[in-house]
Design a protein around this ligand. Structure first.
Ligand code: GLY
Length: 427
């Protein structure tokens, strides 16, 4: 199978790594890719936001499948163009991608499909926003309606900060925001592979969005993740499929815009039950780095099956746990410093049960340098979360990048919880 994968971040390196382990894969093209994906296939130049250009390359290269990594090409209609060219594509069309492209659209679909989510108000003026903030009270949740590159959501108890974010979003052309009731409880990311009709959940993961230990600092794209979730209810995935993913997939099919691709259900397990925080229409980053490291079902075959409407009934998983720790550039997330040399990757890769995923890296005069806010991640696999995180952190200890930072508490609480449970069983 020949595959064209679109994207260049850590998620795409993790996807490329899993695709290249599938014996059915014969050739992998990545557009534009990064220095690490170049070792797994061929990086090619292509404007991935141009639907016709992507379809033309897919045809010229006679690929069997296109896998779209990020959300922006999906919202731009890349999957529609590839499908119209008669090529299988893993990723929803532009209409279905509005589940991520517009928070207001996602709320409308959830309401029609009876999916549990926070109460919300769609606002187009500052007066409406102020009224909605007062109606729901603190903590305030203000979401830019459209795609905002991970900077669209502000959660704060400071009303002035909430209002300032609302004002900034509303100042954009056709600016619209969604203000919601705050959802308490732990958050979970559950990725569902969908073929337009059927839904197959991957194993749940949790990510860490704040920049610093103890959930301090600004929101980021994600500073780490782990999977599985030993503390989560055993029937969580089943409940999410029944109450969230399948109703949404049914509603999208009913509208004539079937959802084919990855439905990322961002959930809060609140004291009042499970609620949807957000949908994304692509794999999450960095959760994918942990989830795909544990998937035993060959990924190329799985994504192709979804793309042609023949999703299998079940998946195979490793019994091991996976922990991902992200290394961010100095100044990230506010103003990351780029272009600094990165060393120690070979030593990190030699740590047993660990590997490195590139996100924002580039080659400059033959030297690996930082080229993005989230630079790379280490992924550790182990018999439990504690063993996996020990490997991820050991690998991270070898990597040097001036001024960089990473959290030291990724999955720490859950590792302690697991250790306590083991003590109880043996004691
Ligand atoms: N980890 C959050 C996201 O991928 O949007």
């Amino acid at each position: 199978m020949k595959i064209l994968l679109l994207g260049s971040g850590g998620r795409e390196h993790a996807i490329a790594r899993a695709l290249s382990q599938d014996p059915e894969l014969s050739e992998l093209l990545i557009a534009p890719g990064n220095p690490a994906t170049a070792a797994l296939g061929t990086n090619i130049e292509l404007d991935i936001l141009d639907p016709e250009a992507v379809a033309a390359v897919a045809q010229r290269e006679q690929v069997d499948l296109v896998v779209v990594g990020p959300e922006a090409p999906l919202v731009a209609g890349v999957a529609d163009a590839v499908r119209e060219a008669g090529i299988a594509v893993f990723g929803p069309g532009g209409q279905a991608a509005q589940l991520e492209g517009s928070k207001a659209f996602a709320k409308e679909v959830m309401q029609l499909a009876g999916v549990p989510t926070a109460e919300a108000r769609v606002c187009t003026t500052l007066d409406e926003a102020a009224a909605a903030l007062d109606e729901f009270g603190a903590p305030h949740v203000v979401k830019d309606d459209g795609l905002a590159g991970g900077k669209g959501v502000v959660v704060t108890s400071d009303r002035a900060e909430a209002l300032a974010h609302a004002e900034a979003c509303l100042a954009k052309p056709d600016g619209q925001i969604v203000i919601e009731d705050y959802l308490d409880g732990p958050e979970v990311s559950l990725f569902c592979v969908c073929d337009g009709v059927n839904v197959l959940p991957l194993e749940p993961a949790q990510d860490f969005k704040r920049a610093y230990d103890g959930d301090e600092g600004l929101n980021t794209g994600g500073m780490g993740a782990y999977s599985p979730l030993p503390w989560a209810p055993a029937d969580l995935s089943k409940e999410v499929v029944e109450t969230v993913a399948r109703p949404v997939v049914d509603e999208m099919a009913r509208r004539g815009t079937p959802f084919i691709g990855l439905l990322y259900c961002g959930l809060a397990l609140t004291s009042r039950g499970l609620r949807v925080v957000e949908f994304n229409v692509r794999f999450g980053d960095p959760e994918t780095q942990s989830v795909l490291a544990r998937l035993r079902t060959p990924l190329a075959q799985l994504l192709y099956a979804a793309a042609i409407g023949e999703l299998p009934d079940q998946l195979e998983w490793s019994d091991e746990a996976a922990v991902t720790v992200v290394l961010a550039a100095s100044g990230y997330p506010a103003s990351p410093k780029l272009g600094d040399p990165i060393t120690g990757l070979d030593e990190a890769e030699q740590v047993e049960g660990a590997h490195v995923i590139h996100a924002g890296t580039a080659l400059k005069d033959g030297e690996l340098v930082s080229a993005g806010g989230r630079v790379l991640a280490t992924v550790g696999l182990g018999k439990d979360i504690d063993a996996a995180r020990a490997r991820a952190y050991e690998a991270m200890s070898h990597i040097k990048l001036d001024g960089s930072h990473h959290r030291s508490d990724i999955a720490a609480n859950v590792a302690r919880l697991q250790a306590g449970q083991a003590d109880q069983q043996t004691g």
